[in-house]
Design a protein around this ligand. Structure first.
Ligand code: IVH
Length: 666
């Protein structure tokens, strides 16, 4: 008979093997559903038998609590950077220099793609993932262990039997995001009204530097390992041996690594990679050549900045010169008004380019870009082409300066500039260019919370012209809904019920749902606290809004601009006419938890962290992340962390989820 202990071992092995087959061998062996089932079974067993829980269990990837800041890690061996070869001549110089400086004449090089991500170091102690850090300044990095633990392609324990696992293994590699994951994630971020990233590298870096590991866990990060730091208990003599050994420990390496016997082979590898760079799922910004033998690497040594045994071969900038025929303001799904240059067509690395983004007005001013200018245009990966600079010598006086218009080119709505952001935005909530994004935000969980009104359905409603303005949501009829794709009698009714239920809504949620630029949940609450009713908010002047503590001048301008847009007022009045009831919490209610500070530890059953936080803030309290003498209550959920112990030590009152619910409902 299988004991729980045995079953736990079995499940862990199954899950670890599945990750290994999927990530390292690129050869999935079980279905997602089976993987999820095994994970759930393991979680349940560990719940029932907490004594079987171990830190390296695959259930323990996300468990750590958010931190206020990262600690630092001193690298035992510095993480150096690389010298660049800009062309084949410079590569030849490198090869000659290496040959000259080595005793024996025979030398091999290992050629690798240069992954455009973020360098990290992983430290395994007796096979267990102990510490992970960023490169930092090369000598000291940030301790991002808890975030790295959430990346499924990083094993929490090395594979192999005890004898084969080193006492100490420091490995370096690159955390990256694929282009398709990057685009998908940006779409999701945009739909949630959250920060979008400019390229996969920034997205990977931003995701890894989250203070809350549960956010990192949701980001599609991946890793390739490519070099060795300090180690003991292993005997590896060359880079290629390392690249062959790492996968046996379950560490992922890039499949496109080759040996090059001579300079000609290196050039060939470089050319081949450059020609194929767009065919990789991830961005590579060059190739790296390393002397294969570790003994020869030592012989060559390093400068303080970079090793003498390695070099990066950069890819040619993908640039051409062409003429800007016209500049046009284009309105995106978020209402961002972006100036786009229409170009006389050029071919850059085989791709036809007719448009380039000019980003924003500041960029246009800084580069002094005018209509009619000849410009250098650059294409990087599949990111939208950009204007690098103006060729001023080719001006003939006919060029025209450009300013983003004051009114939206799509709907005529007022255009304003966003806080901390160089971009301009259209303020009309019903602007057709941004309707989908607006509705998705309006219906989202922390806004009107209309369950069922998700992305696909919103797309259909807008494309079928069933919703042309936000308020049209409230006049949808079942007969129309039933005819949509994937909508039946039942789901249509559920949606109509959810829409009906959303009519009774807290004012702060409604203000947030309007999607006013810069007005997140907190700012919405601040506005409601200050003005109490929607009429007061609508009638407030920019100065009155700006006078509120916590509301800055740009936010005040955005709020005032939003409510001075006729079309928005019409939408609000129309929503009220259709029966929307905006509830302002009574004073007693907003002050229920006045000045009380809460900290959470462990998972709650009925709320996500952000819901619980919102609830506390709605009632006048504060939710913070670490326990101190100033904490009033610690709410303890499933699998509490060390914060519960700390609370006990400090004598802070501990509440269960039930206690907490009693408190807010009293
Ligand atoms: S080796 C001492 N190999 O490039 C050698 N680096 O400019 C250290 N990188 O910070 C690096 N792919 O972030 C190496 N296959 C690869 C690489 C790679 C990307 C990055 C790494 C490093 C930077 C150096």
């Amino acid at each position: 008979m299988s004991t729980p202990e045995k079953r736990v071992q079995e499940l862990r092995k199954k899950i670890n093997d599945a990750n290994y087959n999927y990530y390292v061998l690129d050869n999935p062996t079980i279905s997602d559903a089976e993987y999820d089932r095994s994970m759930r079974e393991l979680q349940e067993l560990e719940e029932e038998h907490p004594e079987l829980k171990t830190p390296d269990s695959p259930t323990q990837r996300v468990g750590a609590e958010p931190v206020d800041e990262f600690g630092t890690v001193e690298h035992t061996i510095p993480l150096l950077s690389l010298n660049n070869a800009m062309n084949e001549g410079e590569l030849k110089d490198f090869v000659d220099r290496v040959m000259r400086n080595l005793e024996s004449g025979k030398v091999e090089f290992v050629a690798e793609p240069k992954i455009d991500g973020l360098a990290v170091e992983l430290i395994y102690e007796n096979g267990v993932f102990a510490t992970g850090s960023t490169r930092g300044n090369g000598f000291t990095g940030e301790n991002i262990t808890q975030n790295l633990r959430t990346i499924e392609s990083i094993p929490l324990r090395l594979r192999g039997d005890k004898l084969d696992v080193p006492e100490l293994l420091e490995v370096r590699g690159e955390v990256y995001m694929t282009r398709s994951d990057f685009e998908k994630m940006n779409e999701e971020q945009e739909a949630k009204g959250e920060k979008v990233f400019s390229n996969p590298r920034n997205a990977a870096a931003g995701s890894l530097r989250q203070l809350d590991p549960s956010i990192t866990a949701e980001r599609p990060l991946n890793i390739y390992l490519y070099s060795l730091g300090a180690s003991s208990g292993i005997n590896i003599e060359s880079q290629m041996e390392l690249i062959e050994k790492l996968p046996q420990w379950g560490l992922r390496v890039n499949p496109n690594i080759d040996i090059c016997e001579d300079y000609e082979a290196m050039c060939k590898y470089w050319q081949n990679m450059e020609a194929n760079r767009d065919n990789f799922a991830y961005e590579i910004d060059g190739v790296v050549f390393k002397v294969n033998s570790f003994q020869q690497q030592d012989e060559l040594g390093s400068t303080t900045r970079s090793p003498r045994w390695a070099i990066a071969g950069k890819f040619k900038a993908q640039q051409e010169i062409t003429k800007i025929e016209e500049i046009e303001a284009s309105v995106g799904r978020t209402g961002a008004v972006t100036p786009v240059a229409h170009l006389k067509q050029v071919i850059i690395n085989g791709v036809k380019v007719t448009n380039a983004t000019l980003h924003n007005q500041d960029e246009i001013d800084r580069k002094d870009i005018r209509e009619g200018d000849w410009v250098v245009v650059q294409r990087a990966g599949d990111v939208i082409p950009q204007v690098v600079k103006v060729v001023k010598d080719r001006r003939d006086g006919s060029e025209k300066t450009y300013h983003i218009p004051d009114n939206c080119p799509v709907c005529g709505g007022k255009v304003v500039r966003e806080q901390d952001d160089a971009r301009h935005y259209c303020t009309n909530i019903s602007c057709p260019a941004q309707l989908k994004g607006r509705i998705r935000h309006f219906a989202s969980k922390n806004a009107m919370d209309i369950e069922g009104l998700g992305e696909k359905l919103v797309d259909q409603l807008v494309e079928e012209n069933m919703v042309e303005k936000i308020e049209d949501i409230y006049s949808l009829r079942k007969t129309d809904l039933i005819n949509l794709e994937r909508m039946g009698e039942k789901s249509s009714q559920n949606l109509l019920d959810a829409i009906e239920n959303s009519k009774e809504i807290r004012l702060a949620r409604f203000v947030y749902a309007l999607g006013i630029r810069n007005v997140g949940r907190h700012a919405a609450r601040v506005l409601v606290d200050a003005f109490k009713t929607i009429d007061n908010i609508m009638n407030a002047s920019e100065d009155e809004i700006g006078d509120i503590y916590e509301i800055g001048p740009i936010m005040a301008e955005n709020v005032a601009a939003f409510f001075s847009e006729e079309r928005n007022l019409k939408t609000i009045h129309s929503l009220l006419d259709q029966g929307l009831k905006l509830q302002t919490p009574s004073k007693a209610e907003t002050e229920k938890l006045q000045d009380k500070t809460f900290v959470f530890t462990g998972a709650l059953e009925n709320y996500t962290r952000s819901e619980a936080k919102q609830l506390i803030e709605d009632l006048g309290g504060r939710a913070t992340s670490s326990v101190s003498g100033n904490t009033d209550y610690v709410i303890v959920g499933e699998n509490p962390g060390s914060k519960a112990d700390k609370a006990r030590d400090l004598g802070v009152e501990i509440l269960s989820e039930d206690d907490f619910e009693d408190m807010i409902n009293s």
